[in-house]
Design a protein around this ligand. Structure first.
Ligand code: PMP
Length: 404
């Protein structure tokens, strides 16, 4: 039995972390994993999360019973408001379906599974993914029998958005195609469309009756402002574009291991929403029965208490602010001090946790082998891995590999 099971390669990001941990060099730097670190390279428990944890510990009314199949209602309702906006037409019209999921990955999976069962694909089931995208997107859709196809997104020449290619793909795709869009802080490139570009993208999507599958893993993390980072999703809802949103609280609440997320679907009316919800419940029941309670209770407390919510916003600003600072410091070091050959404007123009440096796989390998700096072969760095102690070492090492 199982003799024919082929050996699968290890996950590249987790492999990178293991290699970093095994390295004994004192100046080693991990720019692989997309998890926030403070200025001392330590995981950061948000002060508001500490406070909410204490409140839960002292709450004697809580127990360990099962949550409903679709999750903690006060969490899903508040989570919908956070991403769609409290005055969203979809919420006001009672046509939002929100299901608590196993973080953003679970939301992507449930959304994909739902589409695989109920979306009226124009031909064989396909999803258009940005080239490049979070590698897991490919696996998640393949798992449910939806074929991933790519649309142009990143232009290596400008280290920016391939806007013309993107719009062209939207126009050329058959009507009613499904496009996965990163709501903000595109992973892995850090390149987002401007608001004007989003408007044009929305126009074509509406014209062609495409379906927008939004993935939002970094709300607040991109700009430090929760509303600003939700702009694209809210604009699409206002335009009446059919969509769903996958939401994660891993990054913006630092709850990586608690797996807190939600899937929000916005059908055209209340009656359809009820039917959609009933089917999502059936799917969820067979997959996880019901979602875990602890993380959802924490986030629910934070979202529903104005004072805690205010504290959370400040914590988000701390994280986003530190990342933006690192972008500025790195940019200055490369352009003013080291005068590293090439244009480095993208370091400050890109947004969120990640930055595509524009270096090639050989240069990326050289950074790891010569300088003990761990990053993915595509040249993506997690800005959260940089801090005031290692940014100069990183800039100097990058300068060396660029000069060859
Ligand atoms: N989508 C994107 C684009 C991501 O970058 C991530 C995290 N790397 C996720 C979804 C899901 O993360 P999680 O399951 O930890 O919420």
């Amino acid at each position: 039995l199982w003799q024919d099971v082929p050996l699968a390669p290890p996950d590249s990001i987790f492999k990178l972390t293991a290699a970093y941990k095994a390295d004994t060099y004192d100046k080693k730097v991990n720019l692989g994993v997309g998890a926030y670190r403070d200025d001392d390279n330590k995981p950061w428990i948000l002060p508001v999360v500490k406070k909410a944890t204490q409140i839960l510990l002292n709450d004697e009314t809580l127990d360990h019973e099962y949550l409903p199949i679709t999750g903690l209602p006060e969490f899903t309702a508040a989570a919908a408001k956070l991403i769609l906006g409290a005055d969203s037409p979809a919420i006001k019209e009672g046509r939002t379906v929100s299901v608590q999921t196993i973080s953003g990955t679970g939301a992507n999976h449930l959304g994909a599974l739902f589409l695989s069962r109920f979306y009226k694909f124009n031909g064989a089931p396909k999803i258009y993914l940005s080239n490049p995208t979070w590698a897991n997107h490919h696996a998640i859709f393949k798992n449910v029998g939806i074929e991933p196809v790519e649309y142009p997104y990143y232009d290596p020449k400008t280290i920016g958005l391939d806007y013309t290619g993107f719009i062209g793909a939207l126009q050329e795709a058959p009507a009613r195609s499904v496009f996965l869009l990163h709501a903000c802080a595109h992973n892995p490139t850090g390149v987002d469309p401007t608001q004007e570009q989003w408007k044009a993208i929305a126009n074509v999507i509406a014209e062609k009756k495409h379906y927008a599958f939004f993935d939002c893993a970094y709300q607040g993390f991109a700009s430090g402002d929760l509303d600003k980072d939700a702009w694209a999703v809210r604009y699409f809802v206002e335009q009446g574009i059919p969509l769903l949103v996958c939401q994660s609280f891993a990054k913006n609440a630092g709850l990586y291991g608690e797996r807190v997320g939600a899937l929000h679907v916005a059908p055209p009316n209340k009656e359809t929403a009820e039917r959609v919800k009933s089917q999502l419940s059936v799917l969820q029941r067979s997959e996880i029965s019901n979602p875990p309670s602890h993380g959802a209770r924490l986030v629910s407390l934070i979202l529903n208490d104005p004072q805690l919510f205010g504290e959370w916003k400040r914590d988000i600003e701390t994280m986003a602010g530190r990342i933006i600072d690192m972008r500025n410091v790195l940019y200055k070091l490369l352009t003013e001090e080291l005068k590293t050959p090439g244009n480095w404007d993208h370091i400050i123009n890109q947004i969120g946790m990640f930055s595509f440096t524009g270096i090639n796989p050989e240069q990326s390998k050289a950074l790891t082998e010569k300088a003990h700096i761990y990053l993915t072969a595509n040249g993506r760095i997690s800005m959260a891995g940089l801090n005031s102690h290692n940014v100069r070492y990183f800039a100097e090492s990058l300068d060396k590999v660029v000069r060859g």
